[in-house]
Write a protein that binds this ligand. Sequence first.
Ligand SMILES: [Zn+2]
Length: 120
Amino acid sequence: MELSELSKKRLEGVDERLKAIVIECAKRCPYPFNVSEGLRSIELQCEYVRQGKSRTMKSKHLTGEAVDLYPLTMNRKAVDWSRFEELADLMFQVACELGTKIVWGGHWKTFVDKCHFELK
Ligand SMILES: [Zn+2]
């Protein structure tokens, strides 16, 4: 399903390889998802660490090598919390086809972050 204009805007500054995966994934995805964040400023990263939303100052968001994706309900009004694994499967499939290796935050052991995808 087509990405919203806001989601497309949030892909600005994101590494082209990761961007290509997200765009292709959106085309094939039978339900909508949004991009909540791509490239992140150092100031915002500091703020996230302070708030405990992130635990590192080496986040790949700082270099545009990470995106956060949220699957949505069909009316796009709410996050569909049941679809993170499904969306991750599709992301891995598309990444594999495009020859790019990615990492999913849902696989992390210490700080599970199911919306997070980054380049390996
Ligand atoms: Zn993230």
